[in-house]
Design a protein around this ligand. Structure first.
Ligand SMILES: C[S@@+](CC[C@H](N)C(=O)[O-])C[C@H]1O[C@@H](n2cnc3c(N)ncnc32)[C@H](O)[C@@H]1O
Length: 446
């Protein structure tokens, strides 16, 4: 890009920023909603009035997306490539100061309306004062705490959330305590086990000096399991990830009046409940490992649905699918936890149970085609993809990867398609034993 084009791009971006800011600001003041700020009582995210969720709210959310993209580009242009790369290289120090705050429970140590000295904060948290001061002053450059006068600390919106939002705090704990060190070992793991598909040959295993996979490591520590569950709930409950979307966005009616759905790795059945509520003819069998289904999982099912939702212990890696002849086998957030080799094993373990026309319905993430969304949004899903590599040698997939996965598992899985359902996707194939492509072209995957 020539110097003159670059200058006009700066002006173009600043105009976009002014326009989008105006849309957001006008909306907030018209609706009497609180302005965006760093003060402790500021909203944790852009506030949208309840009755605006679809119409005006969508417009304002879109303006926010475009504002973030424009400000990020303007920021990066202003900083320039040399400084950008220089400071990118030590970005992990942001995680470091956040980790310190999480570890010493600094946010919880004083009230949102309190002004506290570093020395009193050190006394309350047990953290050494000099490190406390250094690490908090670093975090302040990320708007986490503020020093209104020398040696005095107050909360900001972000630090206040760390104290009051257990899901966010668990997310921070998971990343700072469980995944920060492994992240730094990811290149070592790739060098040691290039192309490995094994969940135990990971950076996480190197960091923990173990041959266990992540779930075994987690399984040894109830507090970590709890923190992981809470952190993950931000995905299940977050906007665009709701179970209700799936109930509405997939044509469950095509399974017939009395269709049977097997919810594979369905945990305690909450997705089956959401679908069952909207589709009164369907019956569900929820399968998971023994540990998850111990006790009485039916007690979580509303009385009126209990006759239609059964539970069954089954390990999808260990043996063939025990439920034969179901209309659909449904997998939500399953395959992104497994490498291709294991995903293929899971699919093949279903083959003996499949009747012609049986549907494999997957509700999972999909990686975008490059350059089809803002860098901010693209970075979110690409970061999840890297985490899967670091933690369990699993991966996120593009539409074509999903298609290839079925083909590699068995040519008789006939690809139906992949359709976006809010922030998730529905990916589907049908078991077609007479698929002509299945003859001759036998695949060679183990
Ligand atoms: C990410 S959770 C998804 C749970 C649920 N489908 C949802 O949408 O929230 C993955 C699920 O797979 C289950 N799982 C893991 N390994 C399994 C195995 N070998 N056989 C059966 N279920 C398994 C876990 O216990 C867990 O409930």
């Amino acid at each position: 890009m020539s110097a003159s084009t670059s200058t006009s791009r700066l002006v173009e971006l600043s105009t976009t920023i002014a326009e989008k800011t105006r849309i957001i600001d006008d909306y907030l003041s018209f609706k009497g909603l609180p302005p965006l700020s760093f003060e402790p009582d500021a909203p944790g995210q852009l506030p949208i009035a309840k009755d605006d969720e679809d119409g005006e709210g969508q417009k304002v959310r879109q303006a926010r997306t475009e504002l973030i993209a424009a400000t990020q580009e303007l920021h990066d242009l202003a900083v320039g490539p040399k400084e950008s790369v220089r400071y990118l290289a030590w970005d992990h120090n942001n995680t470091l100061s956040l980790h310190f705050i999480y570890h010493f429970k600094v946010a919880e140590a004083f009230r949102s309306d309190e002004e506290i000295t570093f020395s009193e904060l050190a006394r309350r948290t047990g953290a050494p004062e000099s490190e406390l001061k250094r690490l908090l002053r670093h975090a302040m450059t990320n708007h986490i705490f503020r020093e209104p006068r020398k040696n005095h600390v107050v909360h900001t919106a972000a630090s206040q959330l760390l104290a009051s939002d257990p899901v966010l705090a668990s997310w921070v704990g998971l990343h700072c305590e469980d995944l920060f060190t492994p992240c730094a070992k990811t290149v070592d793991a790739v060098v040691k086990w290039p192309g490995s598909q094994e969940p135990s040959q990971t950076a996480l295993a190197i960091a923990h000096d173990t041959e266990d996979d992540w779930f075994k490591i987690l399984g040894k520590d109830p507090a970590k399991i709890k923190r992981f569950g809470l952190a993950m709930s931000s995905f299940s409950q977050g906007e665009g990830f709701e179970a209700e979307n799936l109930a509405a966005d997939y044509d469950w009616g095509q399974l017939g009046e009395e269709g049977t759905v097997v919810d594979v790795g369905g945990s305690i059945g909450f997705i089956s409940v959401a679908i069952a509520k909207q589709h009164p003819g369907l019956e569900f069998i929820v399968q998971d490992v023994e540990k998850v289904l111990a006790g009485d999982p039916s007690s979580n099912i509303p009385d009126e649905l209990r006759s239609r939702i059964r539970f069954q212990v089954w390990d999808f890696l260990a043996s063939a699918q025990p439920v034969h002849g179901a209309d659909a086998y449904f997998f939500r957030w399953i395959f992104h936890n497994w490498s291709d080799a294991y995903s293929i094993r899971i699919l093949r373990n279903h083959i003996p149970a499949l009747k012609p026309g049986a549907r494999i319905v997957i509700n999972d993430g999909v990686l975008p085609e490059p350059n089809t969304m803002t860098l901010y949004d693209e970075k979110l899903i690409r970061t999840v993809d890297l985490l899967m590599l670091t933690a369990i040698n699993a991966r996120e997939r593009e539409v074509n990867d999903w298609k290839a996965l079925f083909k590699r598992a068995d040519e008789r899985f006939r690809w139906v398609g992949a359709k976006q359902s809010k922030r998730m996707w529905v990916i589907e194939a049908v078991w077609d034993p007479r698929n002509p492509k299945a003859d001759g072209e036998k695949n060679s995957d183990a």
